[in-house]
Design a binder for this molecule. Sequence first.
Ligand SMILES: Nc1ncnc2c1ncn2[C@@H]1O[C@H](COP(=O)(O)OP(=O)(O)O)[C@@H](O)[C@H]1O
Ligand SMILES: [Mg+2]
Length: 318
Amino acid sequence: MIEVQHLTKRYGRVTAVDDVTFRVERGEILGFLGPNGAGKTTTMRVLTGYMPATSGRAIVAGFDVFDQPLEAKRRTGYLPETPPLYPEMTVREYLGFVARIKGVSSGERSARVNAAMEKTRVTDMAARHCGQLSKGYRQRVGLAQALIHNPDVLILDEPTAGLDPKQIIETRELIKQLAGDHTVILSTHILPEVSQTCQRVVIINRGRVVAVDSPANLTRRLGGAQTMYVQVDGASDGAQAALERLTGITRVAEVDRQDGIVGYEVDSEPGHDLRRDIARAVVTSGWGLLELRPVRMSLEDIFLQLTTEEQPGEATIQ
Ligand SMILES: Nc1ncnc2c1ncn2[C@@H]1O[C@H](COP(=O)(O)OP(=O)(O)O)[C@@H](O)[C@H]1O
Ligand SMILES: [Mg+2]
């Protein structure tokens, strides 16, 4: 439904988007996650035809956004970072106006406006001026205008930014309901957004894609069971050396110590389950094995690792 190939965008000497490639399947919600300045808005502006790319290709709903911009735009709804509302128009007038410029026929317009207001739950604000809406309602009216022409693709730039926790939950639910009928890309710089809303995540940092996967897979593939917590009794200082001698172990670090009980974090090479070896090494040395468990990395840890490491090549896990 959306295909981005080797997209690059430079502003003068700043490379905002650097050889970005990813695809989004029909009906999917893709999270576009990255810290501020990563290139999310720039990518979205290119995808929605607001800005030309420096190089690369983007296909939206079967149309090349550079060669067939009108066809692509007709099938795309865009919620920019700041919803483009006209303060002096009422919500109903504004949505009717957007429907007209998006080419919705006059006979269909009022039904579309009502449907979009219902979907985004702004019907009770229909007669309110856009300039008098709360931030939460402004965002919802912004979503309504993105939906008004019933596009195949929705591109939502930080749809929950600036909302309070209750509005955030409502907006997430709304976006989930919209997927299926629509293919959605949403950008965010905060993690809970993607783990709770998206099936797949593209992590972008300094204009480059550093990971593409499901939130669950990202957690598993990058962190997961490769780090173990091992708690040993009666080993004094011998346990660390004993663990370090095991094949496949890359690092042993003492993390806590009390009354002769010492806790270690043990990293192993990917794909090795060393629990049996660790247990045997501890027990055959005559020490007590009090605890042995995997340390799960949260998506947050992974995000930080991916976006703070200086070796993008190493962090790429596609
Ligand atoms: N109009 C512009 N002119 C020059 N540089 C820009 C412009 N817009 C964005 N940038 C730069 O491009 C990079 C990516 O910005 P942006 O796409 O807004 O990131 P994000 O949306 O992920 O925060 C940043 O370094 C930003 O300073
Ligand atoms: Mg942005």
